[in-house]
Design a binder for this molecule. Structure first.
Ligand code: GLN
Ligand code: ZN
Length: 761
């Protein structure tokens, strides 16, 4: 018999119940008990939804983050949160957010620095980074896990506790004192041994131990550490299912196959070709769990094709074959059935978490009882798959034709930067150290009200348009009064920098409840890129033209780049990402050319998510950067020399992608630098980056108002690395999350600082 299991489930809830419970608790509007009971209800509901499985994940529920949970389980808390005397859950939120919900503890225990957050592998989920020093002492606290386990067992759930493995836990954390994290391993493994013992006490048979780090490049020390750790854990009374996901084992395959564990889970969506060789390597007692349902996208699985592939494997492995989603279903929305507005054709092609579990169930019946037992389900799945693959809504011959005509020339500016810069300077006549902003101005209560009234049809389009125009006018007036050199329209009409474009492009669909947890209580609702992308009409031109009509200063057109639109969407699985990206690039290119035609001389194309698309293995970076940069170039570089192209990236690690950035050949790039004290400009300096740079001079995430002196100091540091003639002065990122009361004094100081710099230059 083939068994089924799941690696993890969403915890936020189909209607984001946990988000609202958390936020209400943090605001002091509900009690800790109410929050805990919401958690309990969600756990139970989600276990029920998984009841057809042979093994159900337990311990994957989290009030904030599963990595932070693991830090608490291992007793690895930063020094600064020790000695808190409120509810432990509150202490947990202190590490996560820097403060507890119980304000009375602000006096006795104080607010603290929140733990650093970073992306969980190549997903859009962010975890709280474990902190280590040479002095770190681990101490087991299995309370949370045992409580959930007991709760599950009471309900008759066939529980498989889920924990993060010791190597992955170490690898994704940071040492604070430069010590070697691997020195902590013997001590850490001891705590894991005790933890497994506690689980064995509960008569648990299987424990899932996640080691996704195995799909990344590991050096010899880490490979060796894997062997050491798992040889020690071998003595445990529970069976370990070592789970890998998000990629290929590649050169770690032999290592993974030979660790002394009872089972291994692999992601067959990303590494199907590795499965057969792996079976050959696997000791004959070992279970192989194959992740056959994509846990990262929202498409239906082709069940027939999957069965064609799985059946011979099932014959060979028999009881040793388990099937599962490729990774935790944390990364997909919960339930497609609640969607009322997705077009019925498109909806019939989709599967969210619940539907993915049904698919798994169908596969297991087919494997165990024969396809006949699920003939109808397989037939209707087949119809959906066929329908999608032939649909005219997916395939647009005109787009295909345009794509067939791509040439490198499309991505090339007419002349090199130095020549363009002269023509642009003559046209724009900007002062030295020109000032600008990154695009958005505060999304005020008026903007949000108008948008929600427009959505609920209380306001018609012309009323909505008037409201947005009023906001645009306000931001133009403010910018003129501030004395900024290059103005923006402020993005009042955009709810989100990707969704806005998705809504205007052909080939995109939107869900109502397709939320995926990004961090803590925050969720994102990625638009669904389902078909060939085209642009039926201009998307931004009328707003930008209107903004330009209000001022004689240059107005910067504002677009989101193809790579960022792609990386923040659910994308097609029926063609390479690169193809979707090129299609987006052609659509954005048309918009760029229309803006230019409308007399807009400066156009910014944001690529905030370029870096986060980098594959997990460095060996694959080059290929990604090739098509990503080429897509950007196609979008941006069709303009004449006089048109100045800006791009913006809001992060601070450029060292390893600086060559790609230079390839993009934007006339101006604005980046986030203020928190790094301009040191990250070294990457540009060392590379001799030739074009203009606007290093952010203040952190827009903070409500603090930057002083003139501080801005001047930062710009002086910048000028030591980049010639002053090529420097711009701007904030780190867009201002949409700030209030006008904060923006005005901050920009006043920024403009004053630029003037002083000019006077002394
Ligand atoms: N133009 C966008 C804004 O100003 C850029 C945001 C971003 O890079 N994340 O909001
Ligand atoms: Zn930004």
């Amino acid at each position: 018999m083939v068994s089924t299991h799941n690696l993890g489930f969403s915890r936020i809830g189909a209607k984001r119940e946990l988000k609202f419970a958390l936020e209400s608790y943090w605001k002091g509007q509900s009690t800790c008990e109410e929050l805990k009971s919401c958690g309990k209800e969600l756990r139970q509901r989600h276990w029920r939804l998984q009841s057809t499985l042979d093994l159900v994940p337990v311990g994957d529920f989290s009030f904030y983050d599963q990595v932070l949970d693991m830090s608490f389980t291992l007793g690895n808390l930063p020094e600064r949160v020790r000695g808190f005397h409120g509810d432990p859950l509150d202490n947990y939120f202190r590490v996560a957010r820097g403060r507890s919900a119980q304000s009375n503890h602000a006096y006795c225990c104080g607010d603290i620095a929140a733990g650093e957050m970073t992306k969980w592998f190549d997903t859009n989920y962010h975890y709280i980074v474990p902190e280590f020093t040479a002095a770190t002492k681990f101490k087991l606290d299995s309370t949370r896990l045992l409580e959930q386990l007991i709760e599950a067992k009471k309900l008759g759930v066939k529980a498989k506790p889920v924990i993060i493995g010791p190597l992955t836990y170490l690898a994704i954390g940071k040492t604070k004192d430069g010590s070697d994290k691997l020195d902590l391993l013997p001590q850490l493994v001891q705590v894991y041994t005790n933890l497994l013992e506690d689980l064995a006490e509960q008569e648990v048979e299987w424990v899932q131990i996640d080691e996704p780090i195995l799909v990344t490049e590991l050096d010899a020390n880490w490979q060796h550490a894997f062997k050491l750790a798992y040889h020690q854990l071998k003595a445990s009374r529970v069976k370990l299912l070592l789970a890998t996901y998000f990629g290929q084992l590649a050169d770690n395959q032999y290592l993974a196959a030979n660790l002394p564990v009872a089972g291994l889970h692999v992601d067959a969506i990303n590494s199907r070709h590795e499965v057969l060789p792996l079976i050959g390597m696997l000791p004959s007692h070992m279970v192989l769990s194959i992740g056959v349902i994509n846990g990262r996208n929202i498409w239906k699985t082709d069940l027939t094709a999957t069965l064609d592939w799985l059946e011979p494997l099932a014959e060979r492995l028999m009881d040793r074959l388990w099937i599962a989603p490729s990774c935790s279903l944390l990364h997909v929305p919960v339930d497609l059935d609640s969607e009322e507005n997705i077009d019925s054709d498109i909806k019939s092609w989709l599967a969210f978490a619940q539907q993915k579990l049904e698919e798994l169930h169908i596969l297991s019946i087919a494997l165990n009882q024969g396809r006949e037992a699920v003939r109808e389900q397989l037939a209707s799945n087949h119809v959906a798959i066929e329908d999608r693959s032939h649909s005219a809504r997916v395939h647009n011959p005109a787009v295909r034709e345009a794509l067939g005509k791509l040439t490198p020339k499309l991505g090339q500016r007419q002349n090199v930067y130095a020549q363009r810069a002269r023509k642009q300077a003559a046209l724009l006549n900007l002062p030295k150290y020109p000032t600008t902003t990154i695009g958005s101005f505060p999304q005020t209560a008026e903007i949000r009200l108008a948008r929600s009234q427009f959505k609920s049809r209380e306001l018609d389009y012309s009323g909505y348009q008037l409201a947005m125009k009023a906001e645009i006018e306000r931001s133009v007036r403010e910018q003129e009064a501030l004395g900024l050199d290059v103005l923006v329209h402020g993005e009042a009409e955009r709810n989100d920098m990707v969704e806005y474009f998705g809504e205007k492009l052909e080939g995109y669909a939107f869900s109502q409840f397709g939320w995926v947890q990004s961090y803590g209580s925050r969720c994102v609702k990625p638009p669904i890129l389902f078909g060939d992308i085209s642009r039926p009409q201009a998307m931004t031109v009328s707003w930008i033209k209107y903004a330009q009509s209000l001022t004689s200063k240059p107005m910067k057109g504002m677009l989101t780049g193809p790579v960022t639109i792609l990386n923040w969407s659910f994308v097609r699985d029926d063609q390479p990402r690169a193809v979707s990206c090129y299609q987006l690039a052609l659509a954005i290119r048309e918009e760029v050319l229309d803006l230019e035609k409308a007399g807009i001389n400066i156009i910014q194309i944001d690529e905030a998510a370029l870096r986060e698309g980098l594959p997990l293995r460095k060996s694959q970076w080059k290929e990604y950067l090739n098509w990503a940069v080429e897509s950007y170039r196609i979008a941006a570089n069709g303009v004449k020399d006089e048109t100045q192209i800006h791009t913006h990236m809001c992060y601070s690690e450029f060292n390893d992608i600086i060559a790609a950035i230079a390839e993009m050949d934007a006339d101006v790039i604005t980046i986030e630098t203020s928190r790094s004290d301009m040191e990250l400009l070294d990457a540009f300096d060392n590379f001799n980056y030739p074009n203009e740079i606007g290093p952010g001079v203040y952190d827009i995430h903070s409500p603090n108002i930057p002083t003139q002196e501080h801005i001047i100091q930062l710009m002086q540091k910048a000028a030591e690395r980049v010639p002053a003639e090529r420097l711009w002065v701007n904030p780190d990122c867009g201002l949409k999350t700030r209030q006008w009361e904060e923006v005005l004094p901050a920009l006043t100081n920024m403009v004053a600082a630029a003037k002083k710099l000019r006077a002394t230059a």
